[in-house]
Write a protein that binds this ligand. Structure first.
Ligand SMILES: *Cc1c(COP(=O)(O)O)cnc(C)c1O
Length: 358
């Protein structure tokens, strides 16, 4: 028997969530973001589920080539650009679009040994101070790209730091929008600014192309719950109880004896640990479903196992079904308890976990 830990990917949920994005921005085209192996859901699976998207956007150059090899004919975009002069002929051969965020990338395009032009997005640093040209040098970068034979169309893009928290005094969304609008005023080209949080909560930011990621997988970028946005979980991680212990009050559980029983308890051992992608920093109390009943982690997560409180889970036994996240237990709730975000849990799903489609 294989280990009972399984990640079920719900293709219909992926399609449904894409439809939610479409409805939120009906006049925009959609770059469905499939970076990091489609947020842990599988690149090939993402490609199939998002066949009605207008383009697929990701980070990995080899992933972009793989999309072409798997038959994706619509646009493909590298959100973080390319990294080496040797990437340029690869992008040209496979007609992969790329973000351009620094002068070094412009130089690589200017010095390209091949001459089949590609479409690019010129990235503005509108205040996040990660990638992109600041507004003051944006126009000059645009003109330089326009004079580069390797470059065909130039799109204009930026990325929000706080779309899930628009009033953040560090950098309000309005301020980023203002800088982007001012810096691109009078420049022609398709615009793309909105990630999931902006698509869901600030529909007026939808421009020519939106770039939803997390919402397609049924997670929220923050704020309301996925359910309130009408999103469905695309990944359900399930396992089984593989061991049980009846312990007395004051007995301790697991490494470091982090959990100490305050009464006689029944402890269940679940086949899932941090080597599967479950967060080791999940504290006592992190929610888990056993037989559909919500209970909690008790004790430190180990590499291959974690321990839960079965004291009040009627009928629990070896073989009882356990849901770590997904249908019945929002990944955002688990992530919140563990001090992280749903994105990290999805992306961290380990290769050893069996994946099935439903
Ligand atoms: C990852 C990414 C997105 C998608 O962000 P979500 O918060 O997952 O919607 C959009 N744009 C860029 C540039 C990204 O890197």
């Amino acid at each position: 028997m294989p280990r009972p830990l399984v990640a079920t990917i719900h293709l219909a949920a992926l399609q449904h969530n894409l439809a939610v994005a479409r409805k939120s921005a009906p006049s925009s085209k959609i770059w469905a973001v499939v970076k990091a192996n489609a947020y842990g859901h599988g690149l090939a699976r993402g490609m199939r589920a998002f066949s009605s998207a207008d383009g697929l956007a990701l980070i990995e150059v080899d992933g972009a080539v793989r999309l072409r090899e798997m038959g994706w004919r619509k646009p493909v975009l590298l959100l973080e650009g390319f990294f080496d002069p040797a990437d340029v002929p690869v992008l040209a051969a496979h007609q992969v679009q790329t973000a351009v965020h620094c002068v070094e990338q412009i130089e690589m395009l200017e010095q390209s040994p091949v001459r089949s032009p590609i479409d690019v997005y010129l990235k503005m640093n509108s205040g996040m101070n990660r990638l992109g040209f600041p507004p003051e040098t944006y126009r000059a970068a645009y003109e330089r790209l326009r004079a580069t034979p390797m470059v065909r169309h130039i799109g204009l893009m930026t990325h929000f730091a706080n779309a899930d928290d628009v009033l953040n005094p560090g950098l309000p969304l309005e301020e980023q929008l203002r800088r982007f609008q001012r810096g691109t005023d009078g420049i022609s080209g398709e615009r793309s600014v909105a990630n999931s949080a902006a698509v869901l909560t600030r529909p007026e930011t939808a421009s020519d192309w939106i770039r939803p990621g997390i919402m397609l997988y049924g997670g929220t970028p923050g704020g309301a719950s996925a359910q309130e946005f009408g999103l469905r979980p695309a990944m359900t991680l399930t396992s089984e109880i593989i061991g049980m212990q009846e312990i007395d009050a004051s007995e301790a559980v697991g490494y470091g004896s982090r959990f100490i029983a305050d009464k006689p308890m029944k402890i269940g051992v679940v086949a899932c640990g941090y080597a599967d992608g479950y967060p080791r920093h999940a504290p006592n109390g992190t929610p888990v479903l056993v037989n559909g009943v919500k209970t909690r982690i008790a004790g430190r997560v180990s590499m291959d196992m974690l321990t839960v409180d079965l004291t009040d889970v009627p009928g629990s036994r070896i073989g009882s079904r356990v849901t770590l996240w997904g249908e019945g237990l929002p990944i955002d709730e688990v992530a919140g308890a563990a001090g992280t975000i749903g994105y990290e849990l999805m992306c961290a799903l380990a290769p050893r976990v069996k994946v099935i489609e439903q």
